[in-house]
Design a protein around this ligand. Structure first.
Ligand code: ATP
Ligand code: MG
Length: 487
C-alpha cells in the first residue's frame, strides 16, 4: 500500500506530462505536470485523449484510432491546451496489459510527453548562429582576399623598381641594400599569394585552370627556381622524370609548380647537409587520364610523429625558430593538401627525426592531344611498385642536375636561343589571353635565360617582367617586341 502511494506520489510529481487513458480514449489519470502544461485544473480526467493530441489519436467508427507505434521511439507532435493553443512535444506511447488478468483491470495506454518548445528554439538559434558564422567567415575570407589582392600591386611595384635599380646601380653598399629590399618584397609577395590562395580555398572559391602544357618544361622551370640556392647551400639536387610520362599534359601547371615549389622550399629550409631529390612516376592510367606520383625526398632534420599529424593544418610550424630564419606563414602544406585534393589526389609524409623526410603526393591529369598515340599504347596499364623501381633504375631518362650544376644553356648557345623562343611564344599567348599569372611565370623564365646576356637585353627582360607583374598589356607587349628583336 505504502509503495503504491510512493509510486503515485512520484508519478504526480514527474516533470514531464504523464497521461493514462483507456481503450476508448478517455483519460483516467493525468499528473500535475500534464494539468499545468495543458492548463486544465482538475478536469483533465474524463476528457478524451483526442482533444490533447488530435494529430495522434482520433475516434473512428466508435473506436480509438492510434497513429503512432505503441512502444516505439519518441516523436514530435503538437499538444493542445484547454484554450486550443498548442505547443510542440515529444511523446511516447506505451500499453499496459494486466499480465494474467489478476488485477481484473482493463488495458491502459500510458502517454508520456515533454514540451520541446525550448529545445526547438535552441536548435533554430544554433542553426541560425551557424549560418551567421558561415556568412561572417565568407565575408572575412572575401575581405582578406580583397586586401591581399590590393597589397600585391604596390608590392609588385616596389619589387620591379628595386630590380630596375639593381640593374643600374654600381655602388656596392647601395646594391646590398637594394638586394635586401628585393628579398623583402619577394617574401612579402609569396606571403600575400599564400594568404590569397588560402582564403580562396577556404571560401570554396578556388577553381583549377587546367591547360595543355609540356611536362618536362614545367620540371625545368621548377628546377631553375631552386637549383642555385640549393647548390649554394652545398646540397645535391636532382629531379628524375621517366620516359613513361607523356610530353604534353592537361592540368593546372601553375598549381603543380606551386606544390612542388613549396615542398622543395621546405626541403631546402630544413636540410643542412645531404641532398634533395624529386622523382615523378606514372602510377596508373585509365583511358586518357593518368595518375602522376611525386616524391620530394630530403636528408634534413625530419619531423617527429606527433608533429606529422598536425603538419597539414593551417599556420602550423614545428620549429618556429627555423621558420623565422627562412620566413613563411605555415600555410604552404595546407594549401598543397587542398590543391592536391582538388586534383583528385592525396599527400602523405614519412619522416625520421635526424634522417630526413619524404613527401609524396599523387594527382590526376589528362594526356593532351599530341600524345594520343602514347595514350592508346599505354591505356589500362597499372604500374606496380616493382615496375616503377625497374623503370626508374633502368630505362629512365634522367633529368638530373647535380651539385656540379654546370649552366646547361649558356646565353648565345643554340639551346638557349631555342628555349628563349619557346618561352617567348608562350609568353605572348598568355599576354593575349591576359593570363597574367602564367605570363609572369614565363617572363621570369625568360629573365633567367638571359641572365648572362648583355645588360641591355637583361634590362628589357626585366622591364617585360615588371609590365607583366603590373598587368599592363600595352607596356608588356611593347617590351616583348623589343626583347624579341634583341635575342
Ligand atoms: P610557408 O610554406 O607558408 O612559407 P612553412 O614552410 O613554414 O611556411 P609549411 O610549408 O606549411 O609552412 O610547413 C609547415 C611546417 O612543417 C614547417 O614550418 C616545418 O616545421 C615542417 N616541415 C615542412 N616540410 C619539412 C621538411 N621537409 N623537413 C622538416 N620539417 C618540415
Ligand atoms: Mg613551406
Amino acid at each position: 500500500m505504502q509503495s503504491k502511494s510512493l509510486f503515485q506520489f512520484t508519478l504526480d510529481n514527474v516533470l514531464g506530462i504523464v497521461i493514462i487513458f483507456n481503450q476508448s480514449g478517455e483519460i483516467v489519470y493525468a499528473n500535475q505536470a500534464a494539468m499545468k502544461k495543458l492548463e486544465y485544473q482538475d478536469e483533465l480526467c474524463g476528457q478524451s485523449i483526442t482533444e490533447i493530441f488530435p494529430g495522434e489519436f482520433s475516434v473512428e467508427g466508435g473506436g480509438l484510432a492510434i497513429e503512432c507505434e505503441i512502444g516505439g521511439e519518441s516523436h514530435n507532435i503538437m499538444a493542445y491546451r484547454k484554450n486550443r493553443t498548442c505547443f510542440p512535444t515529444k511523446i511516447r506511447l506505451l500499453k499496459y496489459e494486466d499480465p494474467e488478468g489478476k488485477l481484473g483491470e482493463e488495458d491502459r495506454y500510458i502517454c508520456t510527453a515533454y514540451d520541446v518548445s525550448n529545445e526547438n528554439f535552441l536548435e533554430k538559434k544554433v542553426s541560425q548562429v551557424g549560418q551567421e558564422a558561415e556568412v561572417a567567415q565568407k565575408v572575412k575570407s572575401e575581405f582578406v582576399a580583397n586586401v591581399t589582392h590590393e597589397l600585391r600591386t604596390p608590392v609588385n611595384g616596389i619589387l620591379g623598381n628595386a630590380q630596375a635599380l639593381i640593374n643600374k646601380e654600381e655602388d656596392e653598399e647601395k646594391l646590398r641594400l637594394l638586394h635586401l629590399v628585393e628579398r623583402g618584397c619577394r617574401d612579402m609577395h609569396s606571403i600575400i599569394n599564400n594568404i590569397l590562395d588560402f582564403s580562396k580555398l577556404e571560401a570554396g572559391k578556388f577553381v583549377l585552370e587546367p591547360r595543355r602544357f609540356q611536362f618536362r618544361n614545367m620540371i625545368d622551370y621548377v628546377k631553375s627556381n631552386h637549383i642555385n640556392r640549393i647548390i649554394e647551400k652545398g646540397l645535391e639536387f636532382s629531379i628524375t622524370v621517366p620516359n613513361s610520362i607523356p610530353e604534353y599534359i592537361v592540368g593546372d601547371e601553375l598549381r603543380i609548380v606551386q606544390i612542388l615549389n613549396n615542398l622543395i622550399s621546405n626541403a631546402y629550409k630544413f636540410t643542412a647537409v645531404g641532398e634533395i631529390h624529386v622523382e615523378v612516376v606514372k602510377t596508373a592510367q585509365t583511358g586518357n587520364r593518368i595518375q602522376l606520383f611525386f616524391m620530394v625526398i630530403d636528408t634534413g632534420i625530419g619531423i617527429d610523429k606527433a608533429a606529422q599529424d598536425k603538419l597539414f593544418q593551417s599556420f602550423y610550424q614545428v620549429d618556429a625558430s627555423i621558420s623565422r630564419r627562412y620566413g613563411g606563414t605555415g600555410l604552404g602544406l595546407n594549401i598543397c593538401k587542398q590543391l592536391i585534393e582538388l586534383m583528385g589526389g592525396n599527400i602523405h609524409v614519412e619522416s625520421t627525426v635526424g634522417k630526413g623526410t619524404i613527401f609524396t603526393f599523387d594527382i590526376w591529369a589528362e594526356i593532351a592531344e599530341e600524345d594520343k598515340a602514347y595514350a592508346e599504347e599505354d591505356a589500362g596499364k597499372e604500374y606496380t611498385a616493382e615496375f616503377i623501381e625497374k623503370d626508374m633504375l633502368g630505362k629512365l631518362q634522367s633529368m638530373s642536375v647535380n651539385s656540379a650544376g654546370e649552366k646547361i644553356w649558356k646565353y648565345g648557345e643554340p639551346e638557349n636561343k631555342e628555349e628563349i623562343e619557346k618561352k617567348m611564344s608562350k609568353l605572348i599567348l598568355c599576354l593575349e589571353m591576359e593570363n597574367w599569372e602564367k605570363a609572369e611565370m614565363f617572363a621570369e623564365t625568360v629573365k633567367q635565360l638571359v641572365e648572362e646576356a648583355p645588360r641591355e637585353v637583361k634590362s628589357h627582360a626585366l622591364r617585360l617582367k615588371m609590365a607583366v607583374q603590373k598587368g599592363d598589356y600595352e607596356k608588356a607587349t611593347a617590351a616583348f617586341e623589343l626583347l624579341q628583336k634583341m635575342v
